[in-house]
Ligand binder design. Structure first.
Ligand SMILES: [Zn+2]
Length: 462
């Protein structure tokens, strides 16, 4: 007869800290995250991310996809979708009607976008007005150094890229907040209104244009500077995309350097880990596809969000090239929807169900469903694909855990999973556990980053 202890070991399920189960992973994870930190620090917008990824893809033998061309097994292609989304793919030995292996992440991040007409002067200070993008707690964006990144088109059709606030010799920008001494009324505001949408105004200058006495001389000084430096006028803001993001690089967190802190882990941590797995893929049995989508944070909308058909069209084009059924190709494809999980935060334990939460340092997070309330808006992966992925990870020694996003009635969220699934593709959510998700400075564990990379590599190479 088995003892209670033996039975307990055999019958119960729990997940341990990776450094206990896989102590050898630490050195590999720390090394892997050096590359990740560089990537994160230099990829602050979706455009910069696409640009950096294409550079890395080209260095790894990828060429720009041409739907007119015939590709054979082992060929590597990239498809640039309007400079804000990207597909990388390695053609498999089997035709695509046997299915493809997709990893879908997103490369847009919550931030403040400049309004179309952003520039104004008040009390002889020049400001840029912003419109927040995605789910942000606005108060977190006040009184912290900010950088400006983006692109502006000029009258003559040429464009200029802007990146100010990252170099240590650059100036930074800032949104002000009220001093506590005078915050009696502000203290009565609800959390969402501590800094209101129309109060997210970025200070960019305070010296007037020298010379004759004119109105708005500080605004003029800013325009003169922008004109001399970038060759633009105020009208050109209307043909621009400029994002206000936290200034500074990704950093190690903790005395033991076990974590990485930085802006944009959600979801560039899944983008980077799936990028590395895709770049290293050689001659896969099934065609591997890594898609890096835009607009997930506002509902996967627009031509660069996954509501658009570019992933589906890419697969259908491959099917046409191979003379096989495109619907079968979609139906037999399988996708890991690669997005971050909400790491259990003991400081705010009330928001989580500890039994169904993910924890830092316990591996990549397999998420059967997301959504809010009664699973509203979720993909809800079937038991069959959950079983398939769990077997794969167990067999390949991938460290994994499970979660649902916090307590049922606390809120919720979605990912690109449902939009991929709506193309008739079997999909499950998976990704890295993040502390302080959507904050200007998010935290992930290096062990989890590496475990997630291992999960994607196991999936695309099986
Ligand atoms: Zn995300």
């Amino acid at each position: 007869m088995k003892s209670a202890k033996e039975l307990q070991k055999e019958l119960t399920f729990s997940v341990e800290h990776i450094s206990r189960t896989n102590p050898e992973m630490q050195a590999k994870a720390f090394e892997f995250c050096e590359g990740y930190k560089d990537f994160l620090s230099s990829s602050k917008t979706e455009r910069e991310t696409v640009k950096n990824m294409i550079e890395m893809a080209k260095a790894n033998g990828y060429e720009e996809y041409n739907p007119e061309k015939i590709y054979s097994a082992g060929d590597k292609v990239y498809l640039n979708n309007r400079n804000r989304a990207l597909i990388l793919s390695t053609i498999g030995k089997m035709a695509v009607d046997n299915g493809t292996h997709i990893v879908a992440s997103h490369i847009d991040v919550p931030r403040l976008d400049l309004k179309p007409q952003p520039l104004y002067e008040a009390s002889e200070i020049s400001y840029l007005k912003t419109h927040y993008y995605g789910g942000v707690k606005r108060y977190q964006w006040g009184v912290t150094p900010l950088a400006l990144h983006g692109i502006i088109y000029r009258e003559d059709g040429s464009f200029v890229e802007i990146n100010v606030g990252e170099d240590e010799n650059d100036p930074v920008f800032c949104i002000s907040d009220l001093l506590p001494h005078l915050a009696k009324d502000q203290r009565e505001r609800k959390m969402g209104d501590v800094l209101k949408g129309e109060e997210m105004n970025v200070i960019i200058g305070s010296l007037p244009f020298e010379g004759e006495d004119i109105k708005d001389a500080v605004k003029l000084a800013a325009l003169v500077y922008l004109n001399e430096k970038y060759g633009i006028t105020e009208k050109d803001f209307l043909r621009a995309e400029i994002e206000v993001v936290p200034a500074g690089k990704a950093r190690d967190v903790g005395f033991d350097r076990s974590m990485v802190g930085g802006y944009g882990h959600d979801d560039r941590v899944c983008a980077y880990t799936s990028l590395m797995a895709e770049l290293e893929t050689k001659n896969p049995a099934k065609t591997s596809i890594a898609v890096f989508a835009d607009k997930e944070e506002i509902g996967s909308t627009g031509a660069t969000g996954l509501c658009a058909d570019y992933l589906k069209n890419f697969i259908c084009n491959l099917a046409m090239m191979q003379g096989v059924n495109q619907y079968t190709a979609l139906q037999n494809s399988k996708c890991l929807s690669a997005d971050v999980g909400a790491a259990y935060d003991p400081t705010f334990a009330d928001a989580y169900d500890p039994l169904n939460s993910c924890y830092i340092n316990k591996g990549t997070v397999l998420t059967k469903y997301t959504g809010s309330g009664g699973k509203g808006g979720t993909n809800d992966c079937g038991a069959e694909f959950m079983a398939e992925m769990i077997s794969l990870f167990d067999e390949k020694g991938v460290c994994w855990q499970s979660q649902e996003l916090g307590k049922i009635d606390q809120g919720g969220g979605g990912t690109v999973a449902r939009f991929v699934a709506e193309c008739d593709i079997t999909t499950v959510d998976i990704g890295v556990a993040v502390v302080s998700m959507h904050a200007p400075f998010e935290i992930v564990s290096k062990l989890d980053v590496y475990a997630t990379y291992e999960a994607f590599a196991a999936f695309v190479n099986r």
